[in-house]
Ligand binder design. Structure first.
Ligand code: ZN
Length: 210
C-alpha cells in the first residue's frame, strides 16, 4: 500500500508538523515555480507586491496538507490493550480536512469509526490519528473511507469495522453545480457489520442516534 516513512517520532500527543517541514520530502522550489506559473497563466502578475510571498507560502501549505503521504498510519495502531470487551466501540464526530484529488480543493467533515474488538483495543485518540494521516493526502472520500476500514481490519484483528464519513466538498459548493450545504456520505462495513444486519443497524443507530 502506502509507503511508510521515518515518522516514528510522531506518536506522541504533541504531534505538530514542525519536524517534518524541516526535513520535508516535498520539493518546495518545484511547487513555488508551479504556483508562479499558475498565477501568470490566470493573468496575474506574480511579481506584484501582494503575490511575491505567495508561492513559498503555498508550498509550505501543500507540504502540510499532504504530509500524510509521508506517514504510515499503522504506527498509531501498534499499541493496543488486551480487553475482554466484545461490544461495539464507537468514536463519533472525528473532524477532518482533506483535499479532493480531482480539483485540489478541500473537503471537510466528520468521520465515525466503530469496531468490535476480538481481544485487542486501541486508545481512542489513535483512531483520530489514523483519520488525520489518511486525510492529509490527495484524496477521494470513497477511498479514504475504505482505507481507514482496511487499516483497522488488517492491524487490529477485529470482528468488524464500520467507517462512516460525511463531508462537504468545496468542489461542489463553490464551483461547478454550486450546492452549498450538500453532504456526501460514504460508508465501509467489514466483518460482522457487513454480514450481520442487526450489527450494522446497531452501529448506525449509535452514530446517528435514535
Ligand atoms: Zn472535487
Amino acid at each position: 500500500m502506502d509507503k511508510p516513512s521515518e515518522s516514528g517520532s510522531l506518536d506522541g500527543e504533541t504531534c505538530e508538523n514542525t519536524a517534518s517541514s524541516q526535513r520535508s520530502p516535498v520539493d518546495m522550489p518545484r511547487i513555488e515555480r508551479a504556483v508562479r506559473e499558475i498565477l501568470a497563466a490566470v493573468g496575474e502578475d506574480p511579481d506584484r507586491e501582494g503575490l511575491l510571498e505567495t508561492p513559498a507560502r503555498v508550498a509550505r501549505m501543500y507540504a502540510e496538507l499532504f504530509s500524510g503521504l509521508h506517514e504510515d498510519p499503522r504506527i498509531h495502531l501498534e499499541k493496543y490493550f488486551t480487553e475482554k470487551y466484545d461490544e461495539v466501540v464507537l468514536v463519533r464526530d472525528i473532524s477532518f480536512n482533506s483535499m479532493c484529488e480531482h480539483h485540489m480543493l478541500p473537503f471537510s467533515g466528520k468521520a465515525h469509526i466503530g469496531y468490535v474488538p476480538k481481544g485487542k483495543v486501541v486508545g481512542l485518540s489513535k483512531l483520530a490519528r489514523v483519520v488525520e494521516v489518511v486525510s492529509r493526502r490527495p484524496q477521494v472520500q470513497e477511498r479514504m473511507t475504505e482505507t481507514i476500514a482496511n487499516l483497522l481490519i488488517d492491524e487490529l484483528d477485529v470482528k468488524g469495522v464500520a467507517v462512516v464519513i460525511e463531508a462537504s466538498h468545496s468542489c461542489m459548493t463553490i464551483r461547478g453545480v454550486r450546492k452549498p450545504g450538500s453532504l456526501c456520505v460514504t460508508s465501509a462495513m467489514k466483518g460482522l457489520f457487513r454480514s450481520n444486519e442487526s450489527s450494522r443497524s446497531e452501529v448506525m443507530k449509535l452514530i446517528y442516534g435514535g
